[in-house]
Design a protein around this ligand. Structure first.
Ligand SMILES: *Cc1c(COP(=O)(O)O)cnc(C)c1O
Length: 230
């Protein structure tokens, strides 16, 4: 098996196409977002060389250290924030990212709208839904999501294009994907960001229009705390 980033990208792309056809979907309707968090600029550059154009990062600060130069050199690259956004990072996030997939609360919606107006930049927004209602997880609660989505669009004028979720790690993901797909349909939202390295096949079955894949492309992430690995 090809252990290079280019090789793994090709394999994931092929698997996405296989899954799509299995469920009678056009593979072109499923975008691959390569999640380069905790991997260096060299890894991201290697993926760009291999033809990858969409990337995701989950921390504003980490992305700021990695992406400005890469984006300047490759203006066709699109970078999405897929991790929680603190309101004090909104200015930096609007300046750097082309999309924000973690819109999940009123105070953030307000801040984003103000900052977009100030900078004249409008990164596409996805509302993140905490489908498993996990305390530790970001995302708006499902029962509050309908009203929140409407407010983001009608009150704050945000460019909301779709929904995003991360199902609980210890549950079958399918019901979560189905719930998100239903919600997007109700609101006429076209984009559904769901599915990671471990569950993207199910996400494609339930209508994902973009999957966010990290470890299957870049390999295992280095541990958060440095420790000796024998
Ligand atoms: C890290 C991350 C991913 C990618 O996870 P993998 O399991 O490495 O594919 C996708 N989405 C979010 C929100 C993430 O934080």
């Amino acid at each position: 098996m090809d252990g290079t980033i280019a090789g793994r990208l090709a394999r994931v792309t092929a698997e996405i196409a296989t899954e799509a056809r299995l469920w009678d979907r056009d593979p072109a309707g499923i975008d691959l977002v390569a999640v380069s968090k905790m991997h260096g600029a060299e890894a991201a550059a290697e993926a760009i060389q291999a033809g990858q154009r969409r990337f995701g990062e989950n921390r504003v600060q980490e992305a700021q250290g990695k992406w400005p130069e890469l984006k300047a050199a490759h203006p066709e690259v699109r970078l999405d924030l897929i991790g929680p956004l603190q309101t004090n990072k909104v200015r930096d996030a609007v300046a750097l990212f082309d999309g924000i997939q973690s819109l999940d609360r009123e105070s953030l919606a307000e801040k984003l709208a103000a900052e977009m107006a100030r900078q004249g930049r409008r990164p596409a927004c996805l509302v993140q839904v905490n489908t498993g209602e996990e305390l530790q997880k970001a995302g708006i609660a499902p029962r509050e999501a309908d009203a929140f989505i409407r407010r983001c669009i009608e009150v704050h004028g945000l460019p909301v294009e779709g929904l995003m979720c991360v199902p609980p790690a210890d549950q079958a993901p399918a019901p979560h994907f189905a719930l998100l797909a239903d919600m997007a349909r109700r609101h006429g939202l076209a984009r559904l960001s769901m599915g990671m390295s471990g569950d993207y096949a199910a996400a494609i079955r339930f209508g994902a229009t973009e999957v966010r894949i990290g470890s299957a492309i870049f390999g295992a992430r280095p541990p958060l705390v440095s420790s000796s690995s024998a």
